[in-house]
Design a protein around this ligand. Structure first.
Ligand SMILES: [Zn+2]
Length: 155
Protein backbone atom coordinates (compact mmCIF):
# COMPACT_ATOMS: atom_id res chain seq x y z
CA UNK A 1 0.00 0.00 0.00
CA UNK A 2 1.16 3.51 -0.72
CA UNK A 3 1.52 6.13 2.00
CA UNK A 4 1.93 9.88 2.00
CA UNK A 5 5.57 9.33 2.94
CA UNK A 6 6.20 7.02 -0.02
CA UNK A 7 4.38 9.36 -2.40
CA UNK A 8 6.86 12.11 -1.59
CA UNK A 9 9.60 9.91 -2.99
CA UNK A 10 9.61 7.62 -5.99
CA UNK A 11 7.43 4.64 -5.04
CA UNK A 12 6.73 3.46 -8.59
CA UNK A 13 9.47 2.22 -10.87
CA UNK A 14 8.33 2.23 -14.48
CA UNK A 15 10.85 3.09 -17.13
CA UNK A 16 9.10 3.07 -20.47
CA UNK A 17 11.24 2.88 -23.59
CA UNK A 18 9.39 5.06 -26.06
CA UNK A 19 11.71 4.56 -29.02
CA UNK A 20 9.87 1.58 -30.50
CA UNK A 21 6.51 3.37 -30.37
CA UNK A 22 8.02 6.55 -31.81
CA UNK A 23 9.34 4.53 -34.75
CA UNK A 24 5.82 3.39 -35.57
CA UNK A 25 3.52 5.50 -37.82
CA UNK A 26 1.79 8.48 -36.20
CA UNK A 27 -1.45 7.28 -34.68
CA UNK A 28 -0.06 3.99 -33.44
CA UNK A 29 -1.16 3.17 -29.89
CA UNK A 30 -0.03 0.78 -27.20
CA UNK A 31 -2.16 -0.18 -24.23
CA UNK A 32 -0.49 -1.46 -21.09
CA UNK A 33 -1.71 -2.63 -17.71
CA UNK A 34 0.06 -0.58 -15.07
CA UNK A 35 0.42 -3.57 -12.75
CA UNK A 36 2.22 -5.46 -15.52
CA UNK A 37 4.71 -2.62 -16.04
CA UNK A 38 5.63 -2.39 -12.35
CA UNK A 39 8.29 -4.63 -10.84
CA UNK A 40 6.83 -7.58 -8.90
CA UNK A 41 7.45 -5.94 -5.53
CA UNK A 42 5.29 -2.94 -6.56
CA UNK A 43 2.66 -4.60 -8.74
CA UNK A 44 0.04 -4.56 -5.98
CA UNK A 45 0.32 -0.81 -5.43
CA UNK A 46 -1.47 0.44 -8.53
CA UNK A 47 -3.96 -1.10 -10.93
CA UNK A 48 -5.09 0.44 -14.19
CA UNK A 49 -4.34 0.94 -17.82
CA UNK A 50 -2.24 3.38 -19.80
CA UNK A 51 -2.72 4.08 -23.49
CA UNK A 52 0.33 5.55 -25.22
CA UNK A 53 -0.18 7.06 -28.67
CA UNK A 54 2.40 8.31 -31.12
CA UNK A 55 1.32 11.76 -32.33
CA UNK A 56 2.72 14.22 -34.83
CA UNK A 57 4.19 16.24 -31.95
CA UNK A 58 5.43 13.41 -29.78
CA UNK A 59 3.17 11.15 -27.81
CA UNK A 60 0.17 11.29 -25.56
CA UNK A 61 -0.61 9.28 -22.46
CA UNK A 62 -4.13 8.56 -21.37
CA UNK A 63 -5.12 6.23 -18.62
CA UNK A 64 -6.93 5.54 -15.43
CA UNK A 65 -6.34 3.45 -12.40
CA UNK A 66 -6.73 2.90 -8.70
CA UNK A 67 -4.19 3.08 -5.91
CA UNK A 68 -4.65 2.26 -2.24
CA UNK A 69 -3.12 5.01 -0.14
CA UNK A 70 -2.81 5.11 3.64
CA UNK A 71 -4.12 8.48 4.75
CA UNK A 72 -4.87 10.11 8.07
CA UNK A 73 -8.51 10.96 8.74
CA UNK A 74 -8.81 14.71 9.35
CA UNK A 75 -11.51 14.17 11.99
CA UNK A 76 -10.41 11.23 14.15
CA UNK A 77 -6.71 11.28 13.12
CA UNK A 78 -6.74 7.51 12.55
CA UNK A 79 -4.99 6.09 9.53
CA UNK A 80 -7.17 4.42 6.96
CA UNK A 81 -6.94 3.06 3.44
CA UNK A 82 -8.28 5.35 0.72
CA UNK A 83 -9.02 3.90 -2.70
CA UNK A 84 -7.75 6.72 -4.90
CA UNK A 85 -9.13 6.72 -8.43
CA UNK A 86 -6.95 8.69 -10.80
CA UNK A 87 -6.80 9.57 -14.44
CA UNK A 88 -3.71 10.36 -16.47
CA UNK A 89 -3.65 12.79 -19.34
CA UNK A 90 -0.28 13.91 -20.64
CA UNK A 91 1.16 15.26 -23.84
CA UNK A 92 4.86 14.64 -24.23
CA UNK A 93 7.33 16.02 -26.69
CA UNK A 94 10.68 14.50 -27.50
CA UNK A 95 12.52 17.81 -27.24
CA UNK A 96 12.82 18.81 -23.56
CA UNK A 97 12.77 22.48 -24.61
CA UNK A 98 9.16 22.06 -25.61
CA UNK A 99 8.16 19.73 -22.82
CA UNK A 100 5.06 20.75 -21.03
CA UNK A 101 2.58 19.00 -18.89
CA UNK A 102 -1.13 19.53 -19.00
CA UNK A 103 -2.76 18.74 -15.69
CA UNK A 104 -6.37 17.85 -15.17
CA UNK A 105 -7.22 21.54 -14.79
CA UNK A 106 -5.55 22.44 -18.05
CA UNK A 107 -3.20 25.08 -16.68
CA UNK A 108 -0.40 23.17 -15.04
CA UNK A 109 2.99 23.45 -16.62
CA UNK A 110 5.80 21.24 -15.48
CA UNK A 111 9.18 21.05 -17.14
CA UNK A 112 10.19 17.91 -15.32
CA UNK A 113 8.10 15.51 -17.37
CA UNK A 114 9.55 14.90 -20.78
CA UNK A 115 10.89 12.20 -22.96
CA UNK A 116 14.61 12.12 -22.36
CA UNK A 117 17.22 12.12 -25.08
CA UNK A 118 17.40 8.32 -24.85
CA UNK A 119 13.60 8.11 -25.20
CA UNK A 120 13.22 6.58 -21.76
CA UNK A 121 10.12 7.87 -20.08
CA UNK A 122 9.78 7.93 -16.28
CA UNK A 123 6.22 6.66 -16.36
CA UNK A 124 6.27 5.83 -12.65
CA UNK A 125 6.83 9.50 -11.83
CA UNK A 126 3.97 10.58 -14.09
CA UNK A 127 1.60 8.11 -12.44
CA UNK A 128 2.80 9.17 -8.98
CA UNK A 129 2.03 12.81 -9.76
CA UNK A 130 -1.46 11.95 -10.92
CA UNK A 131 -2.18 9.87 -7.82
CA UNK A 132 -1.11 12.86 -5.71
CA UNK A 133 -3.34 15.17 -7.78
CA UNK A 134 -6.32 12.95 -7.04
CA UNK A 135 -5.81 12.58 -3.30
CA UNK A 136 -8.82 13.82 -1.34
CA UNK A 137 -8.45 17.36 0.02
CA UNK A 138 -10.28 16.38 3.19
CA UNK A 139 -9.47 12.74 3.94
CA UNK A 140 -12.11 11.00 6.04
CA UNK A 141 -12.00 7.38 7.21
CA UNK A 142 -15.75 7.32 6.53
CA UNK A 143 -18.16 10.04 5.51
CA UNK A 144 -19.91 10.00 8.90
CA UNK A 145 -16.75 9.83 11.01
CA UNK A 146 -17.75 11.51 14.29
CA UNK A 147 -14.26 12.83 14.95
CA UNK A 148 -12.31 13.16 18.16
CA UNK A 149 -14.79 15.39 20.01
CA UNK A 150 -17.65 12.95 19.70
CA UNK A 151 -15.47 9.91 20.38
CA UNK A 152 -13.99 11.46 23.50
CA UNK A 153 -16.46 14.11 24.65
CA UNK A 154 -15.33 16.37 27.44
CA UNK A 155 -17.25 15.70 30.66
ZN1 LIG B 1 -12.13 9.23 11.03
Amino acid sequence: MLSMESLVGAPLTIRYHASSLLQQPVGTSECHRIEDMLPDSQSALVAGTILLTHTSRGMTLAGEGTADVMLMCMRCLNEYCEHVNFTVEEELHPDPAFAHRRGTDGFEVDDEVHIGPNHVLDLGEIIRQHIVLHLPLKPLCRTDCPGLEELHPHG
